[in-house]
Design a protein around this ligand. Structure first.
Ligand code: HEC
Ligand code: HEC
Length: 462
């Protein structure tokens, strides 16, 4: 009799974790260590810049400093050459690989795929002279040895784990990667997730935008930014992790152009060739990884060099790139290009994708509807307390001997909402990670008791 048990989950750890970033599932000690490393501004040289400076939990793990298209480094006056992407949902990127067709690359991290996985990626920024700028690995390990979380490091990795530089540096990266794999980075809690679960209707504009997004003869966006769950049930990630050249122009506002010759030998003539040089194939020049579109409303500027400030600009570019005339000045900003009704020439012309985008024949209201749809991909919507409240109230009526309402405490820490029953020492919770309900009883056994929509229906909440 499945219906007897609500599921119980280890919700108790939630309240104890004290996360200062958007709280989600309970973190393991390894993930919590990664969290502290991720947030530590002492880990740059000079101190002051952490991973979170460019991947802030308050900005969907992108750079909250919106005044430049690329991020300032720890050393004053230095800037990176690319737009800081979100670190969210990167846990789902497959290993960098050549597809079975022998032509298409997929997976990996960074805009050009040069890191195979998160462990490998996390080793980069700490030593990058344009980012956290530590002179060597030993400097980083020394800083961790002096940090308040050094005891946690030793309890996770073993007593003398910080004594040898090479292995310690790899452990630092693996703890950060473990944190990035936690559900803090992949909550799947957007309005669109609620829509897929049958919980909410989209507005007319969002719904029309959704149709255009998916229609191969209209927006054709889902060809590269898939919008339906994978065959294994993974919710849509809005990227297929492949690489493409959209023909994005050079960005006249990229501060990297002005760096001294030692840091940018090409000066203002710098060309970002993306994937090509990584795989040693000029046919891949100008290709960049398809980014996720989850939380896209929060993560401007857009594309690898931050050329676009607005989503409407991006969508208009997809729609009219091959229709509008070329701007006379190749270094024309998005603002001016939109005002002048032109687009500057691509940064890398030879490999531009003319098959799937460039002339979509969309009206301007179609463009705004696609933007409205993109707005449904912002996390933190789903898990409405009123619905979970309704479910909990019903459960207390249906299972009075298991759950004791008089002594319960309800808490919501997106993407989790749960109720703790003191007298019964039990927890009932809903998780927007997998949209399931869980029950943890006094016997300590956690049970997944099924999909949330089914329970909400049963409870008469929807
Ligand atoms: C100064 C800003 C800055 C700092 C500090 C920084 N990053 Fe990044 N991060 C970037 C930029 C820019 C990129 C893209 C670089 C590229 O593609 O060449 C990036 C890429 C990434 C990616 C890959 C995202 C994807 O979709 O491929 C991850 C993950 C990431 N950073 C995590 C981290 C971690 C972990 C740290 C700390 C150890 C960190 N970053 C520190 C700016 C920064
Ligand atoms: C052929 C594959 C492809 C198609 C089709 C496609 N995209 Fe993209 N999209 C990409 C790639 C690749 C990038 C990154 C390009 C770059 O940075 O140079 C990107 C970037 C974006 C960005 C910026 C993301 C960020 O974080 O900076 C948005 C927004 C976007 N696409 C929306 C759309 C919409 C809306 C459509 C349909 C109108 C669409 N895409 C169709 C491949 C595609």
């Amino acid at each position: 009799m499945k219906t007897r048990c609500l599921y119980l989950i280890a919700w108790v750890c939630l309240s104890a974790s004290g996360l200062s970033v958007a709280a989600a599932a309970p973190l393991t000690p390894l993930q919590d260590l990664g969290r502290q490393l991720f947030l530590d501004p002492q880990l740059s040289s000079p101190p002051g810049e952490s991973c979170a400076s460019c991947h802030s939990p308050d900005a969907a793990f992108t750079d909250p400093r919106r005044d430049t298209p690329t991020s300032p480094g720890a050393i004053a006056g230095r800037f990176g050459n690319r737009n800081s992407p979100t670190a969210m949902y990167t846990a789902y990127s497959p290993l960098f690989q050549l597809d079975t067709d022998g032509i298409t690359y997929e997976g990996g991290l960074f805009w050009d795929g040069r890191a195979a996985n998160l462990e490998n990626q996390a080793q980069g920024p700490l030593l990058n002279p344009l980012e956290m700028a530590n002179p060597d690995k030993a400097t980083v390990v020394n800083k961790v040895r002096a940090a308040s979380y050094a005891p946690l490091f030793n309890s996770v990795f073993g007593p003398s784990s910080l004594s040898r530089t090479e292995p310690a540096y790899a452990m630092i990266a693996s703890a950060i990667a473990a944190f990035e794999r936690s559900s803090t980075f992949s909550p799947f809690s957007s309005k669109y997730d609620a829509y897929l679960a049958g919980q909410v209707k989209l507005t007319a504009a969002e719904e029309h935008g959704r149709t255009l997004f998916n229609d191969p003869t209209k927006g054709n966006c889902a060809a590269c930014h898939p919008s339906t769950p994978a065959s294994d049930g993974t919710p849509p990630l809005f990227t297929d992790f492949t690489y493409d050249n959209l023909g994005v122009p050079r960005n006249p506002n990229n501060p990297f152009y002005t760096l001294p010759v030692a840091l940018n030998p090409a000066g203002v003539n710098f060309l970002d060739l993306g994937l090509g040089p990584i795989v040693g194939n000029t046919g891949d020049n100008g290709k960049f990884k398809v980014p996720t579109l989850r939380n896209i409303a929060l993560t401007n500027p857009y594309t690898h060099n931050g050329y676009f400030q607005t989503l409407l600009g991006v969508v208009d570019f997809y729609n009219t790139r091959d229709v509008k005339p070329a701007c006379s000045n190749p270094m024309t900003t998005e603002n001016l290009a939109l005002a002048q009704g032109c687009w500057p020439q691509p940064e890398t012309a030879a490999t531009v994708n003319h098959k799937e985008l460039g002339n979509l024949q969309l009206s301007s209201s179609d463009e705004s509807d696609i933007v409205a749809f993109l707005g449904t991909l912002t996390d933190g919507y789903w898990q409405t307390p009123s619905l979970s409240e309704c479910l909990f109230n019903w459960a207390e009526g249906a299972y009075p001997s298991l759950l004791q309402p008089a002594r319960s405490v309800t808490q919501s820490q997106a993407p989790y909402t749960y109720r703790y029953y003191k007298a019964a020492n039990a927890y009932v919770g809903v998780s927007s990670d997998d949209n399931h309900v869980y029950y943890l009883g006094s016997d300590g056994v956690m049970q997944d008791v099924g999909a949330l929509p089914a329970w909400l229906k049963k409870a008469g909440c929807i």
